[in-house]
Design a protein around this ligand. Structure first.
Ligand code: ADP
Ligand code: MG
Length: 217
């Protein structure tokens, strides 16, 4: 699913990633751990095509060599194949839960009726059937994060990247969120790459990758 070799990233003269290699298989749930400032977010953004490496020998995502894509091709690829869940859910405040979930599908030009049906199905699966019309500020933290997960799923991505998704949740909501990731993996075969400080999640994952000083140890 993801093959990366010798990824380097500089911000000015600061070398944040110093030759990262990794190989993640389809359907794996991988936790990325490491101290603050180690480069976890930077790596996730590069693997998720939101940022570009300064140099890379190989960066293949879902069989595509994304280093060969132009910006337009990358955006399209991201919209179709990649889902994101962030620490701060980043839902659009003006829109309802249902609308927030539908937006990536509308960007992909999918039909309105099909999208709404699909979005409701996902929200139902996530236990949010009573929340379609709620705006983000009318939802609890755990509910907001589940809406964000629903949004990440609407285009049936092959891989979902999550950057400290439980960072703002209480213990019970965090645990429910991880359980959900595992359920989604068994139901849809999705691959998950999750940055987390949470030991419980990191230990549940199939694999734990530790990043320290810009390399995976
Ligand atoms: P982590 O997620 O592991 O806490 P980050 O990947 O966010 O770490 O950051 C790694 C290092 O890169 C930090 O020293 C951070 O200050 C720096 N950094 C991250 N993004 C930028 C940026 N856009 N410009 C300059 N420096 C950055
Ligand atoms: Mg980070």
């Amino acid at each position: 699913m993801i093959l990366a070799k010798n990824i380097h990233k500089y911000f000015g003269s600061l070398e944040v990633l110093k030759g990262v290699d990794l190989h993640i298989k389809k359907g794996e749930i991988v936790a990325i751990v490491g101290p603050s400032g180690a480069g976890k977010t930077t790596l996730l953004q590069i693997l998720g095509t939101l940022d570009k490496p300064t140099s890379a020998d190989v960066l293949i995502i879902n069989k595509k060599d994304i280093t060969k894509f132009n910006d337009k091709e990358i955006s399209k690829f991201r919209n179709q194949h990649i889902g994101f869940v962030f620490q701060f859910h980043q839902l659009l405040p003006e829109f309802t839960a249902l609308e927030n979930v539908c937006i990536p599908a509308f960007i992909a030009n999918r039909s309105k009726d099909e999208t709404i049906t699909e979005a409701k199905k996902i929200l139902d699966f996530l236990g949010l059937s009573e929340r379609y019309e709620h705006k983000p500020n009318e939802l609890s933290g755990g509910e907001q994060q589940r809406v964000a997960v629903a949004r990440s799923l609407i285009n049936k991505p092959d891989v979902i990247f999550a950057d400290e998704p439980s960072g703002n949740l209480d213990t019970a909501s965090a645990r429910n969120l991880y359980k959900l990731f595992f359920e989604l993996r068994s139901k849809f075969g999705q691959t998950f790459i999750i940055v987390s400080h949470n030991h419980e999640l990191a230990n549940m994952a199939d694999r734990k990758l530790e990043i320290r000083d810009g390399i995976i140890i």
